[in-house]
Write a protein that binds this ligand. Structure first.
Ligand SMILES: Cc1cc2nc3c(=O)[nH]c(=O)nc-3n(C[C@H](O)[C@H](O)[C@H](O)COP(=O)(O)OP(=O)(O)OC[C@H]3O[C@@H](n4cnc5c(N)ncnc54)[C@H](O)[C@@H]3O)c2cc1C
Length: 512
């Protein structure tokens, strides 16, 4: 339709030049053409908006006071559309939850303003949401809250939206994110979640990560012979002092496999050693860029033009498995593979391509939602697979604080090959740091056994621990384990109690 409109405008301009009609008629025709363009743009906007509401798209609804939430929602929708998902940004008041298709998904970007209030344009929506008694069970949603930590009721509106949607039965796709003054690290996490919704589309970070150089000092496979994907224990050393707490995240800048870069350079006839303005070689830069399979459009470009064309690789996140006092940063990384057997971008780089001794681009990110206060009660730690990384850091932190007597429920595939960190867990069980250890090896019997099954069997014990003030920490896969454990807790304890624990900071999750 757009080319037709452009052609029509050109034809009109040519006609006016040729006929040279009176000025009044020219002006009238120009105004009519302008009105036509406006009408077309408005209809397109309305169609997109109602498509999003009718279920032909994914609504990214925003509540924005100063425009920031709107910008982020529009950016999110554009990114999702680029990955093939028909997403549409729209103001919150344009959303009618009674009209959503079933099942439906909804993304919300919500600013809080003043004393914990909704932005003006969203206030009516909030009143309606609180007054309505809808059954939102078929709805899955995610919330990004924007606010300023200097105000006491930080992200209060986003929290109210989240709580009300849960009360009405909707299921969160991810735990709510809260960005203090548009914290770029939280926005990267949001982007990472958008990536998951779009089948791991290779998004570029909106704002480049300020990585520091770390050295990969050690890498060891922890599950040789496993029928699952290999899991590696990595140790990294910073070039400068670094600090973090249990629960924090390492953001990694992945690199392309060196042979992929070499092949591209050879096909383009460029020298990888050529130094660029910043002192890095061309090959160094290319390793950090998305490289297309079809290079037709790149032939003949200079190195600078080439780098301008190629988007940066997005970062990847890994839970930190150690404490600063351990002397190095440790990760537990599972090597992922694409359906065509190519290694995953981040895990392939860390587990396969990067050689020990090599520099890794890494940035430590605080993860306040998964940190614990020093004086919290005993921990009930629940996880599977590489989710043990963060749980281990928490157990180490509790040991350092002299707080013992925790309960770990952990799931993997087979006892023979997949006993990750077995010696350390046994030692903790022996000296009482772990008062209870439940291991679920899903493939060791005909019927799979997962951590949620062990938790269900221990329901009375769970209630007793919670009554003693225990906190729940859940880390690992969102699909399967995370959802199942959450559903079980709602069933065993009741939704009001789960919400109470969550709000008291006694139910924390880090799922991916
Ligand atoms: C908070 C957080 C903490 C995390 N902690 C850990 C951790 O401690 N350890 C850990 O191992 N991981 C962790 N992860 C996951 C990690 O960030 C990566 O997502 C993971 O390593 C896979 O990324 P990748 O770049 O290797 O694979 P990608 O190249 O992104 O591919 C990921 C997988 O998606 C599938 N896939 C990708 N694209 C497509 C496609 N187009 N079509 C079909 N399938 C596709 C493939 O099967 C592939 O294996 C964490 C994630 C988060 C958000």
């Amino acid at each position: 339709m757009k080319p037709l409109l452009a052609l029509a405008c050109l034809a009109l301009a040519a006609l006016l030049l040729w006929l040279q009609p009176p000025r009044e008629l020219s002006a009238l025709l120009a105004v009519l053409a302008w009105l036509g363009i406006c009408l077309h743009a408005w209809r397109q906007w309305r169609t997109g908006r109602s498509d999003a509401l009718r279920g032909n798209g994914l609504p990214v609804a925003y509540a924005s006071q100063g425009g920031q939430a709107r910008t982020i929602a529009e950016r999110s929708a554009a990114q999702l559309r680029g990955a093939g998902l028909p997403a549409q940004a729209l103001p919150l008041e344009a959303l009618d939850l009674r009209q959503l298709p079933q099942p439906a998904r909804l993304l919300l970007v919500a600013s809080t303003y003043g004393d914990g209030e909704a932005p003006d344009h969203a206030a009516r929506f909030e009143r309606q949401l609180l007054g309505q008694h809808l059954d939102l069970r078929p709805l899955e949603y995610a919330v990004l809250g924007l606010g300023d930590l200097q105000y006491p009721r930080f992200c209060a509106f986003a929290r109210r939206l989240d709580r009300r949607l849960r009360e009405l039965g909707a299921t969160p796709l991810f735990d709510r994110l809260e960005a203090d003054r548009a914290d770029p690290a939280v926005l990267r996490r949001w982007q990472q979640q958008l990536g998951q919704l779009a089948d791991n589309a290779p998004f570029s970070d909106w704002q480049a990560v300020d990585y520091q150089p770390w050295t990969l000092s050690r890498r060891q496979c922890l599950n040789p012979g496993s029928r699952g994907a290999p899991v590696f224990h990595l140790q990294l050393r910073p070039d400068a002092a670094a600090d973090w707490q249990a629960g924090d995240i390492a953001e990694i800048g992945p690199c392309q496999p060196p042979e992929r870069v070499a092949v591209l350079l050879a096909r383009l006839g460029l020298a990888g050693e050529a130094l660029q303005d910043d002192g890095h070689m061309l090959a160094w830069h290319l390793a950090r860029r998305q490289l297309p399979d079809d290079i037709q459009g790149l032939i003949g470009l200079s190195a600078a033009q080439l780098l301008e064309q190629l988007p940066r690789l997005p970062h990847r996140e890994y839970s930190i498995a150690s404490l600063p006092g351990d002397g190095h940063l440790e990760l537990l990384v599972r090597e992922m593979r694409h359906p065509d057997d190519r290694p995953g971008l981040g895990s392939g780089w860390l587990c396969r391509h990067a050689a020990p001794g090599e520099t890794i681009d890494l940035r430590v990110r605080a993860n306040p939602g998964f940190r614990l206060p020093a004086d919290c009660g005993p921990l009930i730690l629940i996880g599977n697979g590489t989710g043990l990384a963060s749980l281990r850091a928490h157990l180490r932190e509790r040991a350092r604080l002299g707080r013992h007597g925790h309960w770990l429920l952990y799931g993997e595939r087979n006892a023979v090959h997949d006993r990750v960190f077995a010696a350390e867990l046994e030692a903790w069980q022996h000296d009482g740091h772990l008062a209870r250890l439940d291991l679920a090896f899903s493939r060791d019997q005909a019927e799979p056994v997962y951590v949620q099954h062990l938790l269900r069997e221990a329901a009375d014990e769970l209630r007793a621990w919670l009554a003693r003030g225990a906190s729940l920490l859940v880390c690992g896969s969102l699909q399967g384990m995370g959802h199942e454990v959450d559903a079980l807790l709602h069933g065993l304890l009741g939704s009001a109690e789960v919400e109470r624990l969550r709000e008291a900071g006694r139910y924390r999750r880090d799922l991916y």
